[in-house]
Design a protein around this ligand. Structure first.
Ligand code: FES
Ligand code: FES
Length: 211
């Protein structure tokens, strides 16, 4: 007796083949009815480009004392805006998930994780990044203290640590090493420079310099 060519052939009922036939013919009909220009546009990625152009929104903010008027897609994070559009690469992207603190910047004086902040929400704000801490050639006291106490090793987490350290003192949370550790706990240093970072913060706090 002749064997079926495909094991499923014998299971295929007249109903199944009818459904398959109908599906295939509707797909072909839809394709035939699509205007050639639209097909071409999809091919060349034009729809993506058009969507991007339509989605651009105006944003005004001040970054490190400089007024910025830019256009961005609403989904852009503050971190990506700073690094990719404004080329302020001092702020680092560690985890991009709010877990390491490498992306810490100040918005209107408050420390935030810029990877978790949509840039659009900072409309009209004052943003300070690590590049904006120094006064010209004069380093910020916290930057000097980090150098003095060797508060960095690979240095990758350092910008975020320094921004948090400044905020920690401004918030009034730098009275003891324990308190500093608690309020710096959102900033992870994979090299383990914590002891030196705490010393640097204590030093600035005791020195009474304006931060
Ligand atoms: S990059 Fe933002 S918290 Fe890690
Ligand atoms: S200095 Fe390397 S991760 Fe902190």
């Amino acid at each position: 007796m002749a064997q079926p060519e495909h094991p499923n052939d014998e299971l295929e009922s007249p109903d199944t083949s009818r459904r398959v036939f109908l599906k295939q013919s509707s797909a072909l009909a839809a394709w035939a009815l699509t205007p050639p220009a639209a097909v071409k546009a999809v091919d060349s990625g034009l729809h993506e480009k058009m969507a991007r152009a339509v989605e651009q929104m105006p944003l005004r903010l001040t970054v490190n004392g400089k007024a910025q008027q830019i256009s961005i897609e609403p989904r852009v994070t503050l971190l990506d805006l700073l690094r990719e559009q404004l080329h302020l690469t001092g702020t680092k992207k560690g985890c991009d998930h709010g877990q390491c603190g490498a992306c810490t910047v100040h918005v209107d004086g408050q420390r935030i994780n810029s990877c978790l902040t949509l840039a659009m929400t900072t409309e009209g704000s004052n943003v300070t990044t690590i590049e904006g801490l120094a006064d010209g050639d004069q380093l910020h006291p916290m930057q000097e203290a980090f150098i003095k106490h060797d508060g960095f090793q690979c240095g990758y987490c350092t910008p975020g640590q320094i921004m948090s350290a400044v905020a920690c003192i401004r918030e009034g949370h730098a009275h003891s090493p324990e308190e500093i550790r608690e309020y710096m706990s959102g900033n992870i240093c994979r090299c383990g420079a914590y002891a030196n970072i705490v010393e640097a913060i204590m030093d600035v706090k005791k020195g009474g310099a304006k931060v």
